[in-house]
Design a protein. Sequence first.
Length: 749
Amino acid sequence: MRPFDTDTDTDSDNPSEQPHFQTVLAASLKDPSRRQLLRGAIGLAGLGLLSDTLIPFAHAATATNMASGLGFATVQKSLLDAVQLPAGYSYKILHASGDPLNDKVSAFSNQGLELDDWSARIGDQHDGMDIFYIDEKGQYTERDTGRALLVVNHESSAESHLLHPKGQTSNGKQGKKFDQFGAWDLGSRPELEVLKEINLHGVSIVEMIKGPQGWSYRLDSPLNRRVTPQTPMPVTGPHAELKNIHALMMTAFDPKGAMVRGTLNNCGHGKTPWGTYLTCEENWAKYFQITPGAVPLDTKSQASLKRYGVVTAPLNPQSPKAPSQGWHTVSDTDNRFTRWNLAASGASAEQDFRNEANTFGFIVEIDPVTRDAVAAKRVALGRFAHEAAVCGIPKVGEPLAFYMGCDTRNEYIYKFVSTAVWNPQDVGGGMAIGDKYLNEGRLFVAQFKADGTGQWLELTLTDPKVASYAKYAFANQADVLVNARLAADAVGATPMDRPEWGAVNPKNGEIYFSLTNSDAANRNPTKVDAANPRAYTDVDGKKSSGNPNGHIIRFHEQSDRSTAVQFQWDIFLFGAEEDAGSANLSGLTASNSFSSPDGLWFSKATGICWIQTDDGAMTDETNSMMLAAIPGQVGDGGKVTVNNKMMVSGQEQTSQQETFIGAALGEAKLRRFLVCPTGAEVTGVTETADGKTLFVNIQHPGELTPALGDAAEFKFQSTWPGNMGYGAAGRPRSATIVITKDDGGVVGL
Ligand code: FEO
Ligand code: CA
Ligand code: CA
Ligand code: CA
């Protein structure tokens, strides 16, 4: 994801005004039963206890080597164009953007000179990832066999100007644009440039083997492959709604709407208990446009597109600036490029691509170990800006729960609960098992209450609030799933400060979510609530306002049930600079100060909670980073009053907001482990089963490399990883790094 101060993709698409704290509190006090609950919950949480309606968890630990303390020396803040690790740790690169996927493809020049279309190269902008071991028979196993597939998401092409000799071109002009969602005029873009840009998105699957020098990837594996925005896949969903779902996806590619092409903007990820990979489609909305003079879309389509931040109207011919990459401007005979134009140019939806935006925004399941397995869109998990999908601890005989964030300002946190109950014999069953768990179930959205409890609100047409929603007339449950954001508005979900990754604590099943940050337009002292309680101005350097450093919220499902409709929550950590005064609510020091948490993941080997940042607020004093935390549990801290102060339109605004905060961790339990190269974010982390090797992704080093005019040369903000000897020197590249402890020990302890 882009740092908040340079991106446009995270501008709020949510015009609805959900209730904030004072409104919620007032409503609670009018209702005697809720007054009782409120008093009980606040009182008990204030004492660091759980309310008696929320029974402490049954221990379902799967981790074997839970840490009680961290065993490395903290890494100091750094502005170096390098990966910084604690003493006694080393890393090497597994692969970087553009590396060949097989031995027939040329080595990467790192000058933008490749004349292939990148479909046989490692994609760009490495993001979420996971590891899948393969046994002697070539089947999926959870056992460390020294042979595995690494599946990596490739998020976006914000830096795709670095992948052409002199940057992206349009109308024959070079280096015209570098902002991913900046404006193109309506010239036509070169086919090969666009093919590269399309194919560097998606997912890469490569086979790794462990040798004497550690893990490396094989160029000769038949399992190496890509899933790109061009890969055909079926649209799956609840059996009873499948026809209605397909009706929303009819295009000239498949007039029946049963098959669609590709996956896009793959950000966070998930791994299923049966051993498949979930890739999440995040900022797909800004890739489309509608050409000038096109017939306007119908009102309902426009409402839907608007709520998802997709262009809704034909461009003005007098000022034909497009928000997209201009991919649709290449002429074609097979609609490979035309599909990015939502114009209603045909007589019906089956003859054009007016519905193409409906085919993105999903969880896509991939079976990595089966080469010919076809990926599938899982519509039952809803359509939004999907950022990660994490499964709660599976319990035999109970439904599975998947937790998902929608990464845009003021968007929501969702939960999918499967109809099928967990059977461990399903491990290794591939896509057929995915059909079993991911097609039938119930979709919920989170409402965080001021009393420290929360509620899962089901998105269903049987709820009158959904069925009679004034702003959008849902036709059927398929419409609810495909327009989940609108259904979530209807039921009164809580708008959050940009939900990024979720993670599940293997020790107690609690669910954590990064809320990366928000800006002054969306968060100020009069617009806070208990779950998003901070509004302030950063003390120095960038002096950003809103909630510039973000926070991490966590919750505990009632009675530890995947099907719970109530939960208890608190704020695990508030990101802050150590000199942030009253905004530094978690007592951070120079050893563990951080800003804009994004990637979030628990090690099953150690129980460490790894926190990764994608920051634009604290980057005057340090590059983005990764920290290790050893958390306690929801309710281990207490109640706190947040004193907010911020200038809004030249006026100082203040407010006080009560919330619930986790116990301070101190440097013993929260420590900076890695600082990344200049302009990068740290995102995506997984490990070997023994916890001795950690894989981490470094995304978009040199993000702020400027695009210059036709004659000018690039001046790169970063030259990593070429500057440490990996591949051809020159331009910055995203990469997967492999971290080990020099003494062969477990990482982090
Ligand atoms: Fe793709 Fe939300 O970061
Ligand atoms: Ca992210
Ligand atoms: Ca600062
Ligand atoms: Ca500072």
